[in-house]
Design a protein around this ligand. Structure first.
Ligand SMILES: [Zn+2]
Length: 279
């Protein structure tokens, strides 16, 4: 393995599942909760968890600066940007272009990527708390490459690392995943998650549009939309009596269906569920 220096910067290999997504608007199935709070793209989550475990074994605690410093939605990136940049010339000399205008960094503020342009918007970046503390930075310098991470801008942003390993987790991450095949509350192995994510990407838009016109249905409700959902459940291989009555049996089937399709298990026929039923 090549020696990793402080200025270890390599380009991000873009995972296939992220190639056609809008930054900051990732489908929830592509994201995984991180135990310290916040979310990451699922392959980055494995790589992060593996690195956190190894660091802990070496007596180094790795945690994000806040739960908002992992995946950031477009709206939260925009809110952060607007709090740090102004349309008036602040005299700091640091500018960004956003929505066709020049924005000036406010005095005393750290730079921030424009909305949609940050690796945080793809769930690939983490800001590490107290990154430049000596023991921590030395451990990171020696280990980031092993877990598929690299810095982006140094020395200005020693805390900001991004997942660069694309669809091929490093040997150390694969070894971690093999030992932790089913993280709590999440579906499947890396291969299963990849298949699910790719299925999401390939999902035709028509059913998503159609789903938007459907109401969210829950236990105890009755009506024609429930009958329709029950027919769709049957069509998808979940035998049920289409009686237009959302009873316990229907809820159980919906939950099974949601689990199988790797969509949030809500027990309700919500928009992701409609979209999957209609696909
Ligand atoms: Zn960052």
């Amino acid at each position: 393995m090549a020696k990793v220096e402080w200025d270890y910067i390599v380009p991000v290999k873009m995972p296939a599942a992220l190639k056609s997504v809008e930054p900051g608007k990732l489908h929830p199935s592509l994201l995984r909760d991180i135990s310290s709070g916040g979310k990451l793209f699922y392959l980055a989550a494995d790589a992060w968890n593996a690195m956190v475990e190894a660091a802990k074994a070496a007596g180094v605690e790795l945690k994000p600066t806040s739960s908002g410093d992992l995946y950031r939605s477009y709206d939260s990136q925009k809110a952060g940007f607007l709090s740090r940049y102004s349309l008036e010339n602040t005299g700091t000399g640091s500018t960004k272009t956003f929505e066709g205008k020049t924005w000036y960094l406010k005095k005393g503020m750290a730079m921030l990527a424009t909305p949609g342009k940050s690796q945080h918007n793809l769930g690939l970046a983490v800001d590490i708390a107290n990154a430049s503390e000596k023991k921590r930075i030395n451990w990171l310098i020696a280990n980031v490459e092993k877990f598929g991470w690299s810095w982006e801008v140094v020395p200005e942003e020693p805390w900001h690392i991004r997942y660069v390993s694309g669809d091929t987790p490093t040997a150390a991450v694969q070894e971690y995943v093999a030992r932790n095949p089913k993280p709590t509350g999440m579906f499947g192995t890396v291969a299963e998650q990849k298949a699910a994510a790719e299925a999401k990407v390939a999902e035709p838009k028509a059913n998503v549009e159609e789903a938007k016109a459907k109401p969210t249905l829950r236990l105890g409700q009755k009506g024609v939309f429930i009958k329709e959902a029950q027919r769709l459940l049957e069509k998808n291989g979940y035998p049920c009596r289409p009686d237009g009555d959302f009873g316990q049996k229907t809820q159980d089937l919906i939950e099974q269906f949601q689990k199988a399709r790797s969509i949030p298990v809500t027990g309700q026929i919500d928009q992701p569920t409609w979209a999957a039923l209609l696909a």
